[in-house]
Ligand binder design. Structure first.
Ligand code: SF4
Length: 278
């Protein structure tokens, strides 16, 4: 893989992988509609409910991420969402977004806590071709569990409104703050012209329901079951694996918290999968 003009260019073998990508029927039947790619595990925050970050990891080298993007493309993936940790901590985030657009993913998005957004970065993301940013906001005022609240983020959201040329989805999260604060977050998001969404907080057990009894039940079901189902390394994945996993029943799926990649893929409702559509 070679770099040039701030972008990551393909070598011949990678191009042949793309040329050998599955046909449209196979893609529509089996390929992921949305893949989330972790580009850095480090985060600038420490939300008490989160198990998806650390304080020590370096950014994943852009060469490795480029190979993973090629692999996802060769498996017929339609959309890509860059995530972390906190992806704005990756120094080459705009280059990675540009790479996603060069590869022709139908949708290139990212997830952020919004804290590190500045007008210069928003403009760089515009130039790179970002199509969507999702920001989850836990409530209005900070507490012991979270700093990811409206009172800390209003200035950044204002900058997004002024400068972003991509879609901004603001999710009000139920679970870390008093429930009425999520309503205030959504109301603010609407006023700002963003797309409002509601999410349920999931904890280190992966899934939650609001009531205590339901939480107890959910503690028995753990999203890591899904992780073990998908424990194969991306770079070893084949189209046969896609087909096998497509038909693999995952008992946690029906109660998966909103916003997880599988749940956000609305089109999966159209692709009939035994056990999934009940
Ligand atoms: S901002 Fe996101 S990744 Fe960072 S600690 Fe909070 S929930 Fe986890």
């Amino acid at each position: 893989m070679a770099k040039g003009n701030g972008s990551i260019l393909a070598n011949n073998s990678q191009q042949s992988v793309i040329d050998d990508a599955p046909g449209i029927f196979s893609r529509l039947r089996y390929s992921p509609f949305l893949a989330q790619l972790v580009i850095i595990r480090r985060c600038n925050l420490s939300c008490s409910y989160c198990s998806e970050y650390d304080k020590v990891s370096d950014p994943i080298p852009v060469e490795i991420l480029g190979q993973r993007l090629w692999k996802l493309k060769s498996l017929g993936t339609f959309g890509i969402s860059l995530t972390g940790g906190e992806p704005t901590l990756h120094p080459q985030l705009p280059d990675l977004i540009r790479k996603c657009r060069q590869l022709g993913f139908f949708r290139t998005g990212m997830i952020s806590n919004g804290f590190l957004l500045r007008p210069e970065l928003i403009k760089a993301l515009n130039e790179a071709g970002l199509q969507e940013m999702q920001i989850s906001i836990d409530g209005v005022e900070a507490n012991d569990a979270t700093q990811k609240v409206l009172s800390n983020l209003k200035k950044r959201l204002q900058w997004l409104r002024e400068h972003a040329r991509f879609r901004v989805v603001v999710s009000g999260v139920l679970g870390a703050c008093p429930p009425h604060e999520a309503e205030e977050v959504l109301s603010f998001a609407r006023q700002m012209g963003f797309i409002p969404r509601v999410l349920l907080l999931h904890d280190s057990n992966g899934q939650l329901k609001p009531s205590h009894g339901e939480v107890k039940t959910f503690e028995k079901i753990w999203c890591s079951q899904t992780r073990s189902v998908w424990s194969k390394s991306l770079m070893d994945y084949t189209r046969t694996d896609l087909r096998e996993q497509f038909y693999q029943y995952k008992p946690c799926h029906a109660t998966c918290t909103l916003g997880c990649a599988r749940s956000t893929s609305q089109l999966d409702n159209w692709r009939t999968q035994p056990g999934f559509n009940s």
